[in-house]
Each structure stands twice: as C-alpha cells, then as structure tokens.
Design a protein around this ligand. Sequence first.
Ligand SMILES: *Cc1c(COP(=O)(O)O)cnc(C)c1O
Length: 234
Amino acid sequence: MHKIDDQLAKVTARIHQAATAAGRNPQTVQLIAVSKTQAAQALADAYAWGQRAFGENYLQEALAKQIQLAELTDIEWHFIGPIQSNKTRPIATHFSWVHSVDRLKIAQRLSEQRPAELPPLNICVQVNIDDETTKSGVSLAELPVLVGAISQLPQLRLRGLMAIPAATNNPAQQRAAFAKLRSALESLNGQGYGLDCLSMGMSGDMEAAIAEGATFVRVGTDIFGARPTASADQ
Ligand SMILES: *Cc1c(COP(=O)(O)O)cnc(C)c1O
C-alpha cells in the first residue's frame, strides 16, 4: 500500500514539474490511474491516497471492480480500451468518460444507450496519430467528418482527442507525435467545436505529452508497477 502511495506521489510530482516547466498550471493536467489487470484492493489503496479518476481497458474486469468498490461513490471511471459494438450498453451505463471512440457506429450506440437520467457521456475520439496499421484510432484525414457527426449526438458530450503514439524513448519524437494531436485539436477548435481535452501521455512519455498540452495523462505502470500480463495490453 505504501508503495502505491509513494508511486502516486512521484507521478504527481512529475506532472507538477512538467507542467511548471511548460509554463502551465499543474491543475490543468488530470491524472488517470490506469488500473487494468490490478486487483480492486490496489484501486482502493490509490483511492485512500486521494486518487479519484481510474482508467480501465477490459469491460468485464472493470465491472467486477466497480461492484467491489461500489461504496467509493465518487470514483470517476474512464473507459480507455477498444470497444466492441455488443459491449456499448454497459460502457454507456457504468462510465463517465470514454477515451477510445474511433467509429461513428460506436458513438451512435453509446448515445442511444446512455441512460437518460445520467449526464451526457464525455467522449474523446481516439486518433491513430502515427498511422500504424495495427492500432485503433481514426486517421487524421477522417477525423473532421467523424467529429462533425459525433458532435450531433444528443447523449454524448464531445470533449477532445486521445492518442497512443508509436512507442519511442526519444523525447523529440514523443513530442512530435503529441504536437500532431494538439494541432488537430486546435484545427477543430478553429471550426468552433470548443474541445477542451487532450488525453495523451503514459508512464514513459507523460512529460512530453504535458509539454504539448495534455489535459489527461493515463498512467498505469508507474503507479501500480509492471502488469502481470503485458501481452494482454494493446
Ligand atoms: C495501459 C494503458 C495506459 C497506461 O500505460 P502505462 O505505460 O502502464 O502507463 C494508458 N493508456 C492506455 C490506452 C492503455 O491501454
């Protein structure tokens, strides 16, 4: 438990330092603790430290943890994994945010299935920023049309863009990829969309992402340690 406290404190300090170095208010960067493959107790430990936003990739696993942690009513659940169309209803019901929307059909289903008594579901559109054939995400070329269509859906609130760039340890390359996502957001905002979120940056590249304007960083390994089943990652 103390280990998770220490790691959260370290990650928070890195966020603070990166934001300050970029001339940004650290409060404008929100940490999402990516808790895929972690037991509910690890999330409860992070919660006790003060963490409230958690990111999950696998629906069944996430729902099981939500039941175990049901008493922690102010957890904010973010769905960040690939979405199959037959899984949209529980996602629309049990999450506040979805960062991984890359097809109109999925967005339409999430909007139709979002329960009317809940506020609109917050959405980030996932962009395949490096045009990797194996990766999820809409291409930059197709992004404006998808954003235009999603912005019309009544039970969704389109908030911004998400990306997972090609892995590299080179800070300049990391920044170049994140800069592409930032300029895509700026160009959409030039058309009047008013998007306020850039979901980018993980354990290995959060500083570069913050330098390029990340408003959410999604950090797993540097909080909870290495995951047991790395092969299950995207
Ligand atoms: C697993 C995952 C993360 C966290 O990655 P780490 O390298 O463990 O920090 C962030 N975003 C997404 C979409 C993920 O699947």
